[in-house]
Ligand binder design. Structure first.
Ligand SMILES: [Zn+2]
Length: 114
């Protein structure tokens, strides 16, 4: 049990990982710096249509990143901005057939094919 050495940022808040709730899960596993503890999605309000549309566009932009870490950072930022974004991200991860995850030497990344 020497896993205490990895807590370099003890002040960092445990922000739930955006991939956690999706069916494919988080590719980073134990390496993920976001929280993998289950979080409640109760009481999340659905924003107005215009806001949802903008949210979806932002989230799709995030998926265009070829760097997995960058993509996750961008998605986490969206989720931080509005809790509903987490549901949108989850929906894409679970259902969007145009989002694939691929791997290269640098790790896993998302590929969009329309
Ligand atoms: Zn994660």
């Amino acid at each position: 049990m020497d896993d205490t050495s990895s807590t370099a940022e003890p002040t960092a808040r445990a922000e739930p990982c955006v991939f956690l709730d999706s069916r494919r899960g988080c590719a980073k596993g134990d390496q993920c710096r976001f929280s993998h503890l289950p979080c409640s999605q109760d009481g999340i309000t659905r924003p107005r249509k215009a806001r949802r549309q903008r949210m979806k566009e932002c989230i799709l932009q995030c998926f265009l990143s070829t760097d997995f870490d960058q993509m996750q950072e961008a998605l986490q930022k969206e989720a931080r901005r509005h809790p509903y974004a987490r549901r949108v991200i989850q929906g894409y991860l679970n259902n969007a057939s145009f989002i694939h995850f691929d791997k290269d030497d640098a790790g896993e990344f998302a590929v969009i094919s329309v």
